[in-house]
Design a protein around this ligand. Structure first.
Ligand code: XMP
Ligand code: MG
Length: 183
């Protein structure tokens, strides 16, 4: 669905489907140059990164196996608890792989900070991050993110994989959720 179809639930539309598509092809072109000749593994963080992974992987002009990790620090609230739980681990041995973590959003940064430490102990040749969205004003820890799609304000956003209580993931755009929805 498009933002216009559920406009009562949203305030601003921050990033449109068209802007996302354009950005993904830019980042994919850069990644293809940076990883030329390397054994690349894309690691998606479920469930938020499903949409960005699906579109980004297809924009890449190179082989890019995917694996998935499910972690959780959120529940149905709109604030990070900072406590990370592994719900599903990777199937792949990271040894000698060039890992590119594909994320929907860096908010507090706590989840990725934890994931980077966790992956560092598994023998990867390199570990970098691509996050479609980032909230610079919400950072609680610095996370080195090599590829960033869009910096956005510190509001709770939904769409393009991002949910509130499992809704809005199938929204094609990224938009600010109206406070009356979660108040
Ligand atoms: P941080 O960086 O705070 O984010 O550890 C962890 C995960 O929480 C989700 N997240 C959001 N989901 N709207 C959402 O729908 C948001 O504004 C938002 N901020 C964080 C997201 O899955 C992220 O990976
Ligand atoms: Mg996520």
């Amino acid at each position: 669905m498009r933002a216009a179809e559920i406009s009562d639930d949203l305030t601003d539309i921050l990033v449109t489907e068209e802007q996302i598509r354009e950005k993904l092809s830019e980042v994919a072109a850069q990644v293809a140059v940076d990883y030329d000749g390397k054994d690349l593994l894309l690691v998606g963080v479920l469930k938020g990164a499903v949409m960005v992974m699906a579109d980004f992987a297809r924009a890449l002009p190179m082989h890019a196996p995917m694996d998935w990790m499910a972690v959780s620090s959120y529940g149905t609230s709109t604030k990070s608890s900072g406590v990370v739980q592994i719900r599903k681990d990777l199937d792949t041995d990271l040894h000698d792989k060039h890992v590119l973590i594909v994320e929907d959003i860096i908010d507090s940064g706590l989840t990725l900070h934890w994931l980077l430490e966790n992956f560092a102990s598994r023998g990867a040749a390199s570990i970098e991050i691509f996050s479609l969205l980032r909230k610079p004003d919400a950072a609680k820890v610095e996370v080195p993110c090599k590829y960033v799609g869009f910096d956005i304000p510190n509001d709770f956003v939904v769409g393009y994989g991002l949910d509130y209580a499992e809704r809005y993931r199938n929204l094609r755009d990224v938009a600010v959720l109206a406070p009356h929805v979660y108040a």
